[in-house]
Design a protein around this ligand. Structure first.
Ligand SMILES: [Zn+2]
Length: 161
């Protein structure tokens, strides 16, 4: 079990953070960006990067080959839809995708938009962690958080269409 402190200060104990999020037990800051029968998308505002989205399966699985055929099709559609919304609404030109199977949570894919300021951390997989840490430590300003939340809203609205 993991203890998680919610933004309202309450503490809950959950065995899997992804299950807690996709089941609605935990409401992510900024809310749910997009949802289907099989997948759930939100932003982790602890990493305040505009347009960063985490897509999690609703089933507690870890590996790609555990997806059912319906889930596979839905997964590609969900990623593509979100990707298009990132481009159309936020003008995001490139996205990095990160997914590891040995997670302590469950199946989830990070969609990390590329911005100019990230180039100094490298141009490939080695840049992902430094970029996320930099965002968490240095971009946690009120102004930036407001922008991130506004971006979540506009993505969510676009994805409702
Ligand atoms: Zn889970």
């Amino acid at each position: 079990m993991r203890k998680i402190t919610l933004s309202n200060g309450k503490t809950v104990e959950v065995s899997c953070l992804s299950c807690a999020l996709t089941s609605g037990l935990i409401e992510p800051d900024g809310g749910v960006v997009f949802e289907t029968n099989y997948f759930h998308a939100h932003q982790d505002v602890a990493y305040p990067i505009k347009g960063l989205i985490i897509v999690a399966s609703k089933r507690h699985i870890k590996c790609f080959d555990e997806l059912t055929e319906e889930e596979m099709i839905d997964y590609m559609q969900v990623l593509s839809k979100i990707r298009k919304a990132q481009r159309d609404v936020l003008g995001i030109e490139y996205v990095y995708y990160f997914y590891n199977e040995d997670t302590t949570h469950h199946f989830h894919t990070w969609m990390v938009p590329r911005y100019e300021w990230m180039h100094e951390f490298g141009r490939s997989v080695e840049s992902v962690r430094p970029v996320l840490l930099y965002a968490r430590k240095k971009m946690n300003t009120n102004e930036n958080i407001q922008e991130v939340l506004a971006a979540i809203d506009s993505l969510a609205n676009e994805l409702k269409k």
